[in-house]
Design a protein around this ligand. Structure first.
Ligand code: BTN
Length: 318
């Protein structure tokens, strides 16, 4: 009901009498008043003037479920959203949901995380109401060994959403760091629950620095606000990301990985450069030659041998 009230207030952009709104939505004046109070408590500024009625003055930038789902237009990604003002980590919540049979495309959102985690045991800073912290439960019909492609697909979807919503040209550092002007704006953590030859579910965790100020960012990191000089709507960005993910995920399952890999190449920052990869206590150095169909990085060592690396930490060599 709240989304309907907001939609109606939004559309009219002027004062609407309580009678008019209540009649339009088929609720009582009393019911309307209760919803308006709840919206005000949630941070919506709604002017109420005797004899004139209500007018929506401003909306808070919160990832409320009804905001994210409003005009989202996806078929299954984000149809079910669990939203938290604060959570230890969206990964734990989404893994638990996956164990309990959550549907393909179920989403967990948190406004802040007290134990946000990154790859390789690192922490993920999650300042409240500044970034987007999400975990998406997917049930892909692909083999466990093909799952790294989902990480690449997610990175591509972030870059596409950044371009579409904010006009930003982002790049991907293999496998899954999204960089703008060489600084990290988003990271992806993929966890999987699988048997030998069957994937039960995969959780894609994404942290995106949106409105973070410089002082709350690590030196190698950036935020969209830092890059554009303006605050961005996290809701709009998240919606665009969810649409891109759905499109790419469906395409991946229907037509295979080729297009995702091609798109990934167009955003890539790693291929063609000399890199060092720390991988399972090994250090591999060479030319980042290509991406395999499963998303692994192919490194041409100085001996000419090609080594395949499916995870690890890449640093550019000078
Ligand atoms: C990385 O670059 O190391 C991956 C970072 C992933 C962070 C996100 S934030 C939402 C989700 N919950 C977590 O605890 N981690 C991921």
């Amino acid at each position: 009901m709240k989304e309907k009230i907001l939609d109606y207030l939004n559309k009219k952009h002027d004062y609407l009498s309580g009678d008019q709104i209540a009649k339009h939505l088929g609720i009582s004046r009393q019911g309307l008043w209760k919803h308006i109070q709840e919206l005000k408590d949630a941070g919506y500024e709604i002017a109420a003037v005797p004899h004139l009625g209500y007018r929506l003055e401003s909306c808070p930038d919160r990832l409320f479920v009804f905001e994210v789902q409003r005009n989202l237009g996806t078929r299954f990604i984000g149809k079910k959203i669990d939203y938290f003002d604060s959570l230890s980590s969206t990964m734990d919540q989404a893994m638990a949901l996956g164990m309990h049979g959550a549907a393909d495309g179920s989403l967990v959102l948190a406004e802040t995380q007290t134990k946000g985690r990154g790859r390789l045991g690192r922490d993920w800073l999650s300042p409240k109401y500044k970034g987007i912290y999400l975990s998406l439960v997917l049930r892909p019909k692909i083999s466990p060994s093909a799952c790294p492609i989902l990480t690449l697909m997610s990175a591509v979807s972030i870059c596409e959403a950044l371009k579409e919503s904010a006009g930003l040209e982002a790049q991907i550092k293999w496998p899954n760091d999204v960089l703008i002007h060489g600084k990290k704006a988003a990271g992806i953590l993929t966890e999987m629950n699988a048997e030998t030859d069957k994937v039960n579910f995969v959780v894609i965790g994404i942290g995106l620095n949106v409105n973070n100020d410089k002082k709350s960012l690590l030196s190698h990191a950036t935020s969209l606000k830092e890059e554009t000089g303006e605050e961005l709507s996290r809701v709009a960005l998240l919606q665009e990301f969810l649409r891109k993910v759905e499109h790419n995920y469906l395409h991946l399952q229907d037509k295979g990985a080729r297009e995702i890999i091609e798109k990934w190449r167009s955003f890539n920052l790693t291929l063609g450069t000399r890199v060092k990869v720390d991988y399972l206590n090994k250090h591999i150095e060479g030319q980042a030659a290509d991406i395999d169909s499963d998303g692994a990085l192919l490194i041409r060592k100085d001996s000419g041998l090609i080594q395949k690396v499916s995870s690890g930490d890449v640093t550019a060599c000078r």
